[in-house]
Design a protein. Structure first.
Length: 272
């Protein structure tokens, strides 16, 4: 799993404050408390989260939120967005919670995050001129560690990653999709591999992965296209063909829907 394209901004707040942040479709968002503390209110949630200095909250689906004072005289908040790389397994993204919170602490996991937070504080310090590229890269690392730590805690609590592992029978279908994403897959042809009716197969697949079979195929095709755009100089039409698209327009539409950018823009700015 990788994260890409992090962007951030800082708010130096004095009580009272209440800052609303709009939803960011196709991008995850994060809130990091550099100093002070705040209440985080997430759209659709009935429970507020109290965040202290060094705490970070990641919202994988980029839903709207606001943060407000809870009596603290001031706070420094770093907030922004990022996106998961296109080759992140869809089955993992579909099972992430609405919010992941990493608390400031002294154990080995949070110690590493604390070091990154200290680097961010130093970069934003009053006596320095923050470099946007450095801030963005540090926040990428911070968000990635937060997500990875959430997975580690899930495993430690006995859930392991069994919740993300499809049944063996379905794994055969997923493996063949990954091996040949450019094949002209349909629900009918995949159901034949699975050995059940289209209706039963589609229902089982959606339950296990959170996606319809064709949506999963599209994700795999775009993941392959992203890798080719990053690692080769193949013409865009050849990338489209090798990703399973005979029509360049269909490829462009699918790519933009999954990544938020055109294939050409993605290739020109691979570091974002």
């Amino acid at each position: 799993m990788r994260v890409r394209g992090a962007s951030c901004s800082r708010d130096a707040l004095h009580a009272p404050w209440k800052v609303h942040v709009s939803a960011t479709p196709q991008r995850a968002s994060f809130v990091l408390v550099l100093s002070g503390d705040t209440l985080l209110r997430i759209d659709g949630s009935r429970k507020d989260l109290h965040l202290c200095a060094g705490d970070i909250a990641v919202l994988p689906d980029g839903r709207a939120y606001c943060y407000a004072d809870d009596g603290a005289p001031q706070a420094n908040i770093l907030h922004g967005q990022f996106r998961f790389s296109a080759d992140t397994p869809a089955i993992l993204l579909s099972r992430l919670p609405d919010v992941m919170v990493e608390r400031n602490g002294n154990d080995c996991r949070t110690h590493k995050l604390g070091l990154i937070v200290e680097m961010l504080r130093a970069e934003i310090g009053e006596q320095s001129q923050p470099q946007l590229s450095m801030l963005n890269r540090l926040t990428e690392i911070l968000c990635l560690h937060t997500v990875q730590n959430w997975f580690s805690r899930t495993a430690d609590q006995g859930a392991a990653l069994q919740a993300f592992a499809p049944p063996a029978r379905l794994k055969g279908v997923i493996d063949i999709i990954h091996a040949k994403p450019d094949s002209p897959w349909t629900v009918k042809s995949l159901a034949r591999v699975y050995g059940q009716s289209r209706t039963a197969f589609a229902a089982h697949f959606k339950t296990a992965t959170g996606l319809s079979p064709i949506s999963y195929v599209r994700r795999c095709r775009i993941s392959r296209a992203c890798r080719m755009l990053e690692r080769t100089r193949l013409p865009l039409i050849e990338v489209a063909f090798q990703s399973g698209y005979a029509d360049a327009n269909a490829f462009n539409r699918a790519f933009r829907r999954e990544t938020g950018a055109s294939p050409g823009a993605y290739r020109r700015f691979p570091q974002r």
